[in-house]
Design a protein around this ligand. Structure first.
Ligand code: GLC
Length: 580
């Protein structure tokens, strides 16, 4: 067990958060008619994800903030995106950078005030950009008033807001914690001689969703934000909210179906339906869950329209493919194709290759060596923006920002990385190997400050940045790319526009071509009489593709080499979209 979970922790528990949706559990529902005619703004939207801490600092404290985002709203608008998913901005002691909320209806001091938030929302709406809030309710911070009350005594009215196990009953059955130094999700609390559960860090106690009072508090908090006019919610780690609270011992081999045991409990759909009724149904909001459970059926259960739960979810299976030792393009194609076909007739998914929980997209799926970084970034953005599903683009990926590859533990900030380092140290692990591993995988790779220009600290802050800036900012930055017609940034804008102008790229049927080609990912998207061919060379060498169509007759709509005529021999990391 240790071994599986060890690597899981490194890759930010990818399998834990939904990758374990392996083919074994897949049973795509095909009985209900296609809902692609069922057009929705959230299917057509391109979502841009902002990790506020890393985007733009307005006051020189080294931490990105809301005023910083406000100052960059025209930049965001210029990308052509429709919505912004903002990572948590609520009051928090920042054990996990805002994913440990101490007050759900207040703004984190580092980020600003509620007035700043209102101004941000207004500024976004004036520009026709929607705002999706991150809702972190599998757990709160241990500094939330609910938890302070809860831990104070066994009879406190908030006791049942969390999961407690009285020590008189002995030690509870082992539960793994993602971010705990000892990997132990039960923390003994002497105040009431009991253990509390924390799937994440000790400062992130799990909330007890079986308590209807807690649920109503959460819905009312969500209505507070919806009443302010926010346009959507992303549910953080929500699969974990529903668990077997009798906390039985797990049978041997349970790791293979981790989510089945740790999450996706029998009440999950009751909670989501109730949340839908109490909140979503009353507003025009989009909803997206992190993770899809253990099987395709789990995923369908959350997002199919007739379920009246959520609009979409994002699967983790594909982000898990890229490993430090490389990955198989055939595997990548197989996984994306599997997900597309499972949702071809019913339901909807998010499409992404990176977020704040992943190292940089180009470093993992592309090639961040100088010769290929730009080309492969463009190729990957072509991919995300031409697939079926709502694309989520992570800040900096429009510039081709790459991994920082920190070598000293002192350079890291992420609780997952730091606590696992401590764990390795305490258990005699190979620290050199660990450091090599996190240099590639740590979430901090994706969190280094946004590279605005070539000024000190990349124009992110006038102070000392909370996380070191990637030194390549002098070369890779937005200001330089603004000036260059063929930069990553301008290519990204063109690609977003191409998607927005062509509903086939949103709704069109996806067909994989040249399935066994180990280098090229080729597919068509077809909708209402229009057909687009996408060719993507995922390698650093020339590669042949057999599409079975005469591509010379097609019209090249975008190409990352700037070519207007292409052949079936693709250059390294070449990407092209052709209308046939
Ligand atoms: C989600 C977030 C991640 C956070 C964790 C605990 O996976 O995306 O950043 O650490 O939940 O809230």
């Amino acid at each position: 067990m240790k071994k599986t979970l060890y690597s899981t922790a490194f890759l930010f528990a990818a399998s834990l958060l939904g990758t374990s949706c392996n083919s074994s559990g897949t049973k795509a529902t095909t009985t209900i008619s296609k809902d692609s005619s069922n057009k929705k703004w959230w299917k057509e939207a391109v979502v841009y994800q902002i990790y506020p801490r890393s985007f733009k600092d307005s006051d020189g404290d080294g931490i990105g903030d809301l005023k910083g985002i406000i100052s960059k709203l025209d930049y965001i608008k210029s990308l052509g995106v429709d919505a912004v998913w903002l990572n948590p901005i609520y009051s928090s002691p920042n054990d996990d950078n805002g994913y440990d909320v101490s007050d759900y209806q207040n703004i984190m001091e580092d980020f600003g005030t509620m007035e700043d938030f209102d101004a941000l929302l207004k500024g976004m709406h004036e520009r026709n950009i929607k705002l999706v809030m991150d809702i972190v309710v599998n757990h709160s911070s241990d500094e939330h008033e609910w938890f302070k009350q809860s831990r104070s005594s066994k009879t406190n009215p908030y006791r049942n807001y969390y999961h407690w196990w009285d020590a008189e009953r002995g030690k509870p059955n082992y539960r793994y914690s993602l971010f705990d130094v000892n990997h132990d999700a039960w923390k003994y609390d002497s105040a009431s001689n009991a253990y509390y559960l924390h799937y994440f860090s000790q400062k992130q106690p799990d909330l007890n969703w079986e308590n209807p009072k807690l649920r109503q508090e959460i819905y009312s908090m969500m209505r507070f934000w919806a009443d302010k006019g926010v346009d959507g919610f992303r549910l953080d780690a929500f699969g974990f909210a529903a668990k077997d609270t009798s906390f039985p011992a797990f049978p041997k081999g349970f790791e293979k179906n981790f989510m089945q045991y740790y999450a996706m409990g029998p009440h999950l759909h009751d909670y989501l339906k109730e949340m839908n009724q109490e909140v979503f149904s009353k507003y025009n909001v989009m909803t997206v869950a992190e993770g899809t459970g253990n099987t395709m059926e789990d995923a369908h259960g959350m997002v199919d329209e007739d379920r009246k739960e959520l609009n979409m979810a994002y699967p983790f299976e594909w982000v898990d493919i890229a490993r430090p030792e490389g990955y198989s393009i055939l595997h990548l194609k197989q996984v994306f194709t599997k997900w597309d076909s499972a949702f071809a007739d019913k339901g909807w998914m998010a499409v992404f290759l990176a977020n704040h929980d992943q190292a940089r997209m180009v470093s993992r799926f592309g090639n961040d060596k100088p010769a290929f970084r730009e080309l492969s970034s463009k190729m990957l953005n072509t991919f995300i923006l031409s697939m079926r599903g709502t694309p989520y683009c992570y800040l900096g990926d429009e510039l081709g920002m790459s991994n920082a590859y920190f070598s000293a533990i002192e350079d890291y900030n992420d609780v997952a990385t730091l606590n696992e380092y401590e764990h390795q140290k305490q258990t005699g692990g190979d620290l050199k190997k660990f450091m090599q591993h996190v240099a590639f995988t740590s979430r901090d790779n994706g969190r280094t400050p946004f590279q605005w220009d070539s000024a000190v600290h990349a124009g992110f802050t006038t102070g000392k940045p909370w996380l070191k800036t990637n030194p390549n900012y002098t070369m890779i930055n937005a200001a330089a790319q603004e000036k260059e017609a063929n930069s990553c940034l301008n290519y990204f804008r063109k690609m977003v526009k191409l998607r927005k102008d062509n509903p086939a790229l949103v709704y069109g049927k996806y067909t994989l071509l040249d399935k066994d080609n180990p280098a090229v990912y080729a597919y068509t998207r077809e909708h209402e009489g229009r057909k687009f061919l996408v060719l993507l060379n995922f390698t650093a060498k020339d590669a042949n593709v057999k599409t079975g169509v005469d591509i010379s007759k097609g019209k090249v709509l975008i190409n990352n080499y700037g070519a207007t005529v292409v052949s079936e021999i693709l250059k390294p990391y070449e990407a092209v979209v052709i209308e046939l």
